[in-house]
Design a binder for this molecule. Structure first.
Ligand SMILES: Cc1ncc(COP(=O)(O)O)c(C=O)c1O
Length: 370
């Protein structure tokens, strides 16, 4: 039976928002103000208020937030940064781009970095830990901050997938020195193109990233250091400010969808991490861990159900990571998850009947196989 549940539905988002966004787009286009300016500053202020941080710097991607954040924390050539190998490639790429060395630590069953293994990876060269709050579920930030404070190293949170998530009431990205976010079209808070931002309570870091995003200019004619072109467009900032006001309802809907899946999916076949009372999860993705993942993916595709794999090849096994010297077997949990994780559709435009159809199709696949 054909079910037809798309993994993501951006045309539906446009349909729902068209009448509100068209006047906003018209206003920006008529102003001729396209890069930076008041609309970007308004967005930054709204983010700071939401995340309860002193500063937000809007950028043109989550990757640039990680790169400029690392630079502004004083991290550079030869320094080591501890991070998990199961993230989107951008986390590790950002560390490599600035000449620093990614040092991987395996993950636990909920896919976040194994905090109990971090200490063993710390050397004299370690300058920071970069936890990744994959799927919207935050890493164990209390333990991570304790370790970082003890060894006097920094923490840069890769919060790209976790806008609005919380750990013990503190917002994702606001616990370490720096939090980095993406507003890529597939994120919970999404732009109509690339975008991102960084949050911090440290004025020096915020000022440096503000300068770095604009060629390292101090004023119109003075370049303090060679920087990047990573400014947010006014159009994206205006769209994001509009969508930020809707974020709470997006989060609630995703949490509702997740709890329906939790209830309906047969745990005999699907491993789903138990909720953690310390974590407010915003469910950027809903990931199940199953045997015969590829067979299940094919079965769902044939029935019109869109799924994804985040991510099928761990970063330490990517050709680009060859010079880091890792090999198959180094991170058994990450490697085994790469073979059995499957991301089900969870976006805010799904109806309960869609979730029910996906869950019953997943259960059916396994029951038929018995
Ligand atoms: C965990 C993680 N880190 C970093 C990024 C990079 O963000 P962007 O695509 O905006 O550069 C992403 C986005 O896909 C991500 O999911």
């Amino acid at each position: 039976m054909k079910v037809n549940v798309p993994y993501i539905n951006l045309p539906m988002q446009w349909k729902a928002e068209r009448e509100f966004l068209l006047p906003i787009i018209e206003e920006v286009m008529s102003s001729g103000d396209f890069i930076g300016g008041a609309r970007v500053e308004d967005f930054e202020l709204s983010v700071s208020a939401l995340c309860e941080t002193d500063f937000c710097v809007a950028l043109n991607s989550g990757t640039d937030a990680l790169v400029t954040g690392l630079v502004a924390m004083g991290i550079g050539r030869g320094d080591e940064v501890i991070t998990p190998p199961n993230s989107f490639v951008a986390s590790t790429a950002a560390i490599s781009h600035i000449g620093a060395v990614p040092v991987f630590v395996d993950v636990v069953s909920d896919q976040s970095i194994d905090a109990s293994k971090i200490e063993a990876a710390i050397t004299k060269k370690t300058k920071a830990i970069m936890p990744v709050h994959l799927t919207g579920r935050m890493a164990q930030m209390d333990t991570i901050m304790e370790i970082a404070d003890h060894f006097k190293i920094g923490v840069i949170e890769d919060s790209a997938q976790s806008i609005g998530s919380k750990f013990n009431t503190k917002s994702s990205g606001s616990i370490g020195q720096v939090g980095c976010f993406s507003t890529h079209p597939l994120k919970n808070l999404n732009a109509c193109g690339d975008g991102g931002f960084l949050i911090t309570n440290n004025r020096d870091i915020a000022d440096r990233v503000r300068s770095l995003r604009n060629h390292g200019l101090l004023d119109r004619n003075t370049v303090k250091e060679f920087g990047y072109v990573s400014r947010m467009d006014a159009l994206q900032a205006s769209i994001l400010t509009y969508r930020l006001n809707k974020l709470e309802s997006v989060t609630l809907k995703r949490q509702h969808n997740a709890s329906l899946y939790d209830e309906l999916l047969d745990r005999e076949y699907c491993f789903i991490p138990e909720p953690d009372s310390k974590i407010f999860n915003t469910y950027h993705t809903y990931v199940i861990q199953v045997s015969n993942r590829d067979g299940l993916k094919r079965y769902l595709t044939e029935r019109g159900i869109g799924t994804a794999i985040h991510y099928p090849i761990p970063i330490h096994l990517q050709p680009a990571a060859k010079n880091l010297g890792y090999k198959l077997g180094d991170f058994p949990v990450t490697e085994s998850q790469a073979g059995n994780i499957l991301t089900l559709p969870i976006h805010q435009f799904l109806k309960d009947s869609d979730i029910e159809a996906v869950a019953s199709t997943v259960n059916k696949f396994f029951r038929e196989a018995e």
